[in-house]
Ligand binder design. Structure first.
Ligand SMILES: Cc1cc2nc3c(=O)[nH]c(=O)nc-3n(C[C@H](O)[C@H](O)[C@H](O)COP(=O)(O)OP(=O)(O)OC[C@H]3O[C@@H](n4cnc5c(N)ncnc54)[C@H](O)[C@@H]3O)c2cc1C
Length: 407
């Protein structure tokens, strides 16, 4: 058709950069636009807590962690599996290790070396990076419109990949502002909501002052009869940590339906109730309450103080009541942390709007990648693996589109 193919990618997070990589490998010119003065800010933030990039559990189990019934998501992950991801990081010169729970981290436990090496490699392949370019939408003639330090910039591309992220931590760049623009253009979206987030609980001042930041190790959290093991962290506002993040969607469903969500906390999951009550029934006469709880109930200081938040003096003297509370402490929450503080967001562009290569069915030549799409997964490396896989899939889609229309 006499037009040199060039693809515009908007959003320089993991999804956008991975889309750029597959296009550049095929020799297609790529311009990547980023609203912030630097790229990959959320990835760098994820690196502050170690950068868990994937997970090595059985692959079937791995796939089951993602929101169900999403063939496009599953197919994308099948073509960028955890093994491929580790191979990819290794090719970048970033070695990884597997933690105790099969979570995979870079040896350096941060994102900056990976991002630096990755962007340098893409730049050597002629990636054109435009930071401080905030995408505003399309002009009537289809041109992309950006606000940049010199004013308004218009850009023409033969295909566009949008990888604008979700709506968490907006100061890092992904503010979800595009949601309204999409609605106006008739693209079906689900409103954003926080996922993988903490929940509020009303602690007493004494408990909050003494224990905010303290982990409750080796407990289990049950919501709607689903139980997740792990470590929780007491915070000044309530509770966070893997087992609570994993229940965040169910808890929010409960809050929406009933005005509150209920978790049942097992502070000693390795013993059954009957044995625990038996152990609690042997109490030496002169032993202090905290020593008794520690020795007979394996309840340490933070767990004991948590129990004190809910139990009366009398309850502590009754091994049956105490045992039941240790095995199932019921906590009520009225709200989650706001989306601005969540690790990920649910909602976004519905998968029914895109084809197998993540191209918008109603806007051919425009592809969607990463957290912009309406999917969800727990923490554990699933999010980044998912975003990279979706970025790759959108990149492959743009290659196919380019071949079909511009060769
Ligand atoms: C505190 C924290 C810890 C995390 N830890 C982990 C972890 O350990 N493991 C894990 O798997 N996941 C983790 N995540 C989640 C992970 O970082 C995200 O899922 C991932 O970064 C999403 O990738 P993305 O490319 O879709 O979007 P983003 O990384 O959000 O990138 C989108 C980019 O688009 C840009 N952009 C947005 N709007 C515009 C616009 N209008 N114009 C131009 N540019 C725009 C943004 O500035 C941004 O750079 C963590 C998240 C947080 C907040």
């Amino acid at each position: 058709m006499g037009v040199d193919p060039n693809v515009a990618i908007i959003g320089a997070g993991p999804a956008g950069l991975m889309a750029a990589e597959v296009l550049l490998e095929k020799g297609i010119a790529v311009n990547i636009f980023e609203a912030k003065p630097t790229i990959g800010r959320k990835l760098l933030m994820a690196g502050k807590s170690g950068l868990n990039i994937t997970h090595t559990e059985n692959f079937k189990l791995f796939l089951s962690r993602f929101s169900s019934q999403l063939n496009t998501l599953e197919n994308s992950i099948r073509s960028f599996t955890p093994t491929m991801l580790q191979q990819w990081t290794s090719n970048l010169g970033i070695e990884t290790f597997e933690g105790s729970s099969k979570r995979v981290f870079p040896l350096e436990m941060k994102a900056s070396p990976l991002l630096r090496k990755w962007h340098a490699r893409l730049s050597r392949q002629s990636l054109q990076t435009h930071v401080n370019h905030k995408w505003l939408g399309w002009k009537d003639n289809g041109k992309l419109l950006f606000s940049c330090p010199t004013g308004i910039y218009e850009h023409t591309s033969t295909a566009t990949i949008l990888a604008l992220g979700g709506m968490t931590w907006p100061r890092l760049g992904s503010d979800g502002n595009w949601l309204n623009l999409f609605k106006k253009n008739g693209i079906a979206v689900r409103e954003f909501f926080p996922t993988n987030c903490g929940f509020h609980f009303d602690w007493s001042n004494v408990f909050r002052d003494r224990f905010a930041g303290t982990p409750i190790k080796s407990c289990s959290v049950t919501v709607d009869e689903k139980t997740i093991f792990g470590d929780l962290v007491i915070t000044d506002y309530g509770v966070e940590g893997t087992p609570i993040y994993a229940h965040s969607e169910s808890l929010q469903d409960q809050i929406r339906a009933n005005g509150h969500g209920i978790i049942s906390l097992d502070l000693h999951p390795n013993i059954n109730l009957e044995r625990l009550i038996k152990r609690l029934s042997f109490k030496a006469s002169k032993i202090s309450l905290s020593n008794y709880l520690r020795k007979n109930g394996k309840v340490n200081a933070v767990k004991a103080s948590l129990l004190r938040e809910f139990l009366s003096e009398e309850d502590f003297r009754d091994p049956k009541i105490l045992g039941r509370k240790i095995k199932s402490l019921v906590l009520k929450t009225q709200r989650s942390q706001p989306i601005e503080r969540a690790i990920s967001s649910g909602g976004g562009v519905k998968f029914s709007e895109v084809d197998d290569f993540l191209m918008l069915k109603s806007y051919p030549g425009i592809f969607i990648a990463g957290e912009m799409l309406d999917w969800n997964a727990p923490t554990g490396g699933y999010l980044i693996n998912g975003c990279l896989a979706l970025g790759r899939q959108a990149g492959l889609g743009a290659i196919k589109w380019t071949r079909d229309h511009f060769n």
